[in-house]
Ligand binder design. Structure first.
Ligand code: NAP
Length: 247
């Protein structure tokens, strides 16, 4: 039976595991970065870092994996680079699933920036901003006390965690742009800051388009060299070709 390690933490990784679950030619293990309360993964799971590329290479060899699927988030640049290096060392075939960035239309008012620091610096004095970003990333906005920030987090802040000035709401992003439009209108939001994550995060981008709100868009880090595909179907086709094609 073929063994596949899936580097996860994304909706696509969870979908891939679910789609492969009935295939008795293979077994999957999902790797997650740490102990999140909402891991977004089913099936067999392992948690925690590998200790760099050499650690991951050793893990792949010792556990006799036949393939590595890097289905991590497009902004998880370090684990992507480590996966590429480890697969080379261990001589295990690797594929990177890179979901497409947000669609661009003429109605979008995107302001591309290289990182969150540049995003924070680009906002006008006193702006009312929706910060659609992770807790690590929003920290930089505490240096802009003139802004009013609407922050949405999935899990509540830990005690002592410093938040930008404004309002905090808890919950997952909705998939319906109308819900995002209501939220933005209700809070009189004039600016959005978002990473160019693509995928399920698109509702806020569509809402911004409808309302004509500018989006300061943090550009993606470049993925490592090597094969990449845009969706779960293409990963499954790659697995079939790589592991099960007749010689
Ligand atoms: P990162 O900066 O690229 O990686 C930091 C370190 O965390 C890696 O060097 C690795 O440690 C460990 N790590 C990361 N992903 C791992 C995984 N799936 N399994 C085992 N170890 C992992 O990663 P990040 O941006 O913090 O993202 C962490 C996780 O959250 C990823 O699984 C990603 O898919 C998910 N996620 C990230 C974002 C985002 O915006 N960055 C958004 C949604 C979900 P070692 O070097 O010790 O192996």
């Amino acid at each position: 039976m073929a063994r596949i390690l899936i580097l996860g933490g994304t909706a696509e990784a969870a979908e891939l595991v679910a789609r492969l679950a009935g295939d008795d030619r293979l077994e999957t293990v999902t790797s997650l970065a740490g102990l999140t309360r909402l891991p977004n993964a089913s099936g067999r799971v392992r948690r925690g870092g590998f200790g760099g590329p050499a650690g991951l290479a050793t893990f792949l060899k010792d556990e006799r994996y036949n393939a590595l699927v890097d289905a991590t988030h497009p902004f998880a640049a370090q684990i992507a680079a480590h996966a590429a290096e480890a697969a080379d060392i261990a001589q295990v075939p690797r594929i990177k699933l890179v979901r497409p960035p947000f669609e661009r239309t003429e109605a979008d008012r995107f302001i591309p920036v290289p990182d969150m620091e540049a995003a924070a610096a680009s906002l006008p004095q006193g702006a009312r901003v929706f910060l659609a970003a992770g807790r690590r990333e929003i920290a930089v906005f505490t240096s802009r006390p003139d802004l009013w920030c609407l922050v949405r987090m999935i899990e509540p802040p830990v005690s002592g965690e410093k938040l930008p000035q404004g309002e905090l709401i808890l919950g997952r992003p909705p998939s319906d742009p109308m819900e995002e439009e209501e939220l933005l209108t209700q809070h009189r939001i004039g600016w959005i800051v978002s990473k160019d994550s693509g995928g399920q995060a698109a509702a806020k981008i569509v809402a911004a388009r409808q309302l004509g709100i500018p989006v300061v868009l943090v550009e993606r880090p470049a993925p490592p060299q090597g094969p990449q595909v845009p969706d779960v179907d293409a990963v499954i086709a790659w697995i079939d070709r790589t592991l099960f094609a007749p010689p």
